[in-house]
Ligand binder design. Structure first.
Ligand SMILES: Cc1ncc(COP(=O)(O)O)c(C=O)c1O
Length: 537
């Protein structure tokens, strides 16, 4: 293995230990694997530029040599202090083993590492359900405006009117977009929004004197839905989908009773299918006093076209980090506002923004039925600025067009890959499309193998093995960000992989071939992560 990493002494890198035996095998084949790789690239890949193979990089500790520093302090020009007297036991004579490196070594180390990441700024990120869309630069520009970037949550209301105005305007926009009556911006993620929403559902039923015990959840739901319901203390009852991949209305009617607090439905659901019977679903819930919770993480398929508040939803969350283009995952804190109908307004987390008699804005903390605070201060304010910038930059027509383009792009991919990959549900697709590996599985190649091979073609993998109701799921969400040219390249890559599976399945099973390291033991990496460097004994 060391020879693959150049002549640097990297054999002791901790991440190597995470590679399993199969990965080591792949590495061996890659020392002479270029011919193999080229064979396929020449044959099937004509246009896609693969990712630049950037330099390998050791750990910063391995670059260290004693006495090197990236700083030089001027001579002390104040009286020297006896630190041991000042700090007593807290004084440290040295910092232990810290890397001793020069400034350029630090810069190069982290710059090189940064080139190892895949990013939306490098290419398409077709992770279904995650909506990895482009975060327009205007969002960043606005969020860096000094007064906004440096605002402090402890500033008095009097000098926070601008920030309060942003909270109020964003709230108004989201209420308008969703067709709901009120909103909280506090939750810090989609799942946190679910938790907040269900806490309100629980408080509502308690206030009616009839706390209920169950939440109904379709089998196509995101895993966070049942987890949230369980955290709030509800029993979860599974609802089977019908052959079109939608809620089975007859099954719902049979399962609904006065023990059910709410149905949690994702719309469009995780198959990328719009729940056509949503009005009827709402009526069934309401007839027995239950509430309709909508997981609105997929609102990017509805914005400007349909409003959950108009089709019977009582409470829903949004993922600003998906639909409204704020950064995602490692790129930034999330935001999961929860919008509600009037009946749930008293239970919103406090404080809420209110217009005062003198025309200024302020926070109202006097909310006796509130579920309380769910987040420090008022939520992830920087994300509100970005989301509002996105909404204003697009305007109503732009947002509608965005939705149409997201749906168009998903359907373009669907059309392009139909016949090559199995489509388990033929119902119309919205913003994402779910194929399965049924055809390729006959050759022993599964969804994960195809996803790994996609990396060689310069794309981030799609979502594998989700939703769970599709065996060998390949869930693809291109988002509206992608131009037709990139979609064509993606379709070409996927077709090329399908051809490879027919000709030489083992080659796909051994992929990726063009990456710095091949397959990792992902389970060991998740269960036993090695995150700390320790000096050799
Ligand atoms: C349908 C759905 N619901 C809920 C969530 C959870 O959102 P978060 O990851 O922000 O907690 C996601 C995340 O992508 C999702 O796709």
């Amino acid at each position: 293995m060391p020879q693959l990493l150049g002549d640097r002494r990297l054999s002791d890198l901790q991440w190597h230990r995470r590679m399993d035996g199969a990965a080591a095998g792949n590495h061996r084949s890659r020392t002479n694997g270029k011919t193999l790789t080229d064979k396929y690239f020449m044959k099937h890949m004509t246009r896609k530029a693969t990712r630049h193979i950037s330099q390998n990089e050791g750990l910063i500790f391995e670059k260290s040599s004693p006495g090197k520093a990236a700083w030089k302090l001027p001579p002390l020009d104040v009286p020297e202090v006896d630190t041991s007297k000042l700090l007593g036991k807290q004084e440290r004579k040295d910092l232990g083993t810290m890397p001793e490196v020069s400034e350029i070594e630090i810069i190069r180390h982290f710059t090189r590492l940064s080139t190892w990441n895949y990013a939306i700024d490098l290419g398409m990120f077709p992770l279904g359900s995650c909506t990895m869309k482009y975060n327009p630069r205007v969002n960043e520009f606005v969020s860096r405006v000094e007064g906004l970037a440096n605002g402090h949550p402890y500033q008095p209301e009097k000098i926070s009117q601008g920030a309060l105005h942003i909270l109020k305007t964003l709230s108004d926009c989201l209420i308008e977009i969703t067709g709901m009556d009120a909103i909280t911006l506090q939750p810090a993620a989609g799942a946190h929004g679910e938790l907040t929403g269900l806490l309100m559902v629980r408080a509502y039923h308690h206030s009616k004197g009839h706390p209920r015990k169950k939440i109904l959840i379709p089998d196509s739901a995101h895993g966070t839905n049942p987890a949230t319901a369980a955290m709030v203390g509800y029993a979860v009852e599974n609802l089977k989908s019908n052959e079109s991949g939608m809620v089975d209305v007859a099954a719902l009617a049979a399962q609904m009773n006065e023990d059910v607090a709410a149905l949690m439905v994702t719309n469009p659901n995780t198959l990328g299918v719009f729940e056509h019977d949503i009005h009827e679903i709402a009526e069934i819930m309401h007839a027995k006093g239950g509430l309709l919770y909508m997981d609105g993480a997929n609102m990017n398929a509805l914005v400007g076209k349909a409003r959950p508040g108009d089709f019977g939803v009582d409470v829903m969350h949004l993922n600003l980090h998906k639909t409204f283009s704020t950064p995602h995952g490692g790129g930034g804190p999330g935001s999961g506002p929860v919008a509600v109908k009037r009946i749930l307004e008293p239970f919103l987390p406090k404080p809420v923004v209110v217009s005062k008699a003198d025309g200024t804005l302020g926070f109202d903390y006097n909310r006796p039925q509130s579920v309380g605070r769910v987040r420090a201060f008022y939520g992830n304010f920087g994300m509100f600025v970005r989301a509002l910038a996105y909404i204003f930059a697009n305007g109503p027509d732009g947002l509608r067009q965005t939705t149409e383009d997201a749906v168009l792009n998903a359907n373009y991919i669907r059309k392009g890959l139909e016949g090559t990959y199995d489509l388990p549900y033929s119902t119309r697709s919205m913003h994402e499309v779910v194929f399965s590996d049924k055809v390729q599985a006959k050759k022993g190649v599964r969804t994960m193998d195809i996803a790994k091979r996609l990396i060689d073609y310069g794309f981030h993998p799609y979502t594998t093995a989700f939703p769970l109701i599709v065996s060998g799921a390949m869930m693809i969400e291109p988002t509206e960000s992608e131009p037709k040219e990139e979609l064509d390249l993606f379709i070409e890559a996927m077709k090329s992989i399908a051809a490879e599976v027919e000709e030489d399945p083992q080659f796909v099973l051994d992929s990726p071939h063009n990456t710095r390291i091949s397959r990792l033991d992902e389970v060991a990496a998740a269960r036993k992560p090695v995150l700390r460097w320790k000096p050799e004994a």
